[in-house]
Design a protein around this ligand. Structure first.
Ligand code: ZN
Ligand code: FE
Length: 259
């Protein structure tokens, strides 16, 4: 499947899922309609559907304009958050298999960053919004550490190592700088930091990240490991490191306060 990255605002990414045979596409997480229209026009693609991972304006700010410009446009998002997702036409639920622009896309419900956050999985491509970032994870605005643990370990955790992670923001370099304070000896992390520095130096995005590689350096996918739990505990007095959910919550709190 062809995925086109469309930068939005300061550090957001929208994506086009392209169906080359029928010259059509689905868009994911559109903050601004203009760059999406330009990307479609440059490739001669019709817009068939729009998918939102969650309601925040930096992921849905372009919904109304695209719906107006493309009559009959399907707009998908969590049914349980229909009231907050602009121009929604199709509420989706955990486990739904939807067909957009010729691609089968599995919906998984991962409330935490917001109570209506979903991720979209199309084969080996996962669109993770503000739940999983490269090197980090989203803030727990409307959920608990147990909710994010479920999302990262029981939902995204079941996806194969070869899964490409297309996340909602270019936060990778900052995320990895924080991770390096926790795991200064992690060689996979050092290698990823070098690769990210080179990509950013050329003005290129750090997506997609490979899920199997993320498991080697993203601390939020590593809270079950004794070395990561110990590093979190050393900065969080009195923590019960036997419970990975507790470690994940403490890790998020450390990141919230970092710098
Ligand atoms: Zn968000
Ligand atoms: Fe966001």
């Amino acid at each position: 499947m062809t995925v086109v990255v469309v930068p939005q605002l300061r550090d957001n990414y929208a994506y086009l899922l392209v169906d080359e045979v029928h010259a059509r596409a689905a868009a994911i997480d559109v903050a601004e309609a203009g760059p999406i229209e330009a990307a479609l026009a440059a490739r001669g693609l019709a817009l068939e559907a729009l998918l939102s991972t969650h309601h925040h304006p930096d992921h849905t700010g372009g919904n109304a304009a695209l719906a107006e410009a493309h009559p009959g446009l399907r707009v998908l998002g969590a049914a349980s958050d229909a009231a907050r997702i602009p121009a929604l036409t199709e509420g989706v639920h955990d486990g739904d298999l939807v067909r957009v622009a010729g691609h089968e896309v599995r919906v998984r419900f991962v409330p935490c960053h917001t109570r209506g956050h979903v991720v979209y999985v199309a084969g080996l491509d996962a669109f993770t919004g503000d739940t999983l970032f490269s090197g980090g994870c989203g803030r727990f605005f409307e959920g608990s550490a147990a909710d994010m643990y479920h999302a990262l370990y029981e939902v995204l955790g079941t996806l194969p190592d070869a899964t490409r992670v297309w996340c909602g923001h270019e936060y990778t370099a900052q995320n990895l700088a924080f991770a390096a304070e926790l795991e200064p000896q992690n060689e996979a992390l050092a290698a990823r930091r070098q690769a990210v520095e080179a990509l950013r130096g050329r003005g290129e995005p750090t997506v997609p990240a490979l899920l199997g590689e993320e498991r080697g350096y993203n601390p939020f996918l590593r809270v079950h490991l004794p070395a990561v739990a110990a590093a979190v505990a050393a900065r969080s007095p009195g923590l019960d490191v036997r419970d990975p959910v507790v470690v994940l919550g403490a890790l998020r709190a450390l990141k919230d306060e970092w710098r």
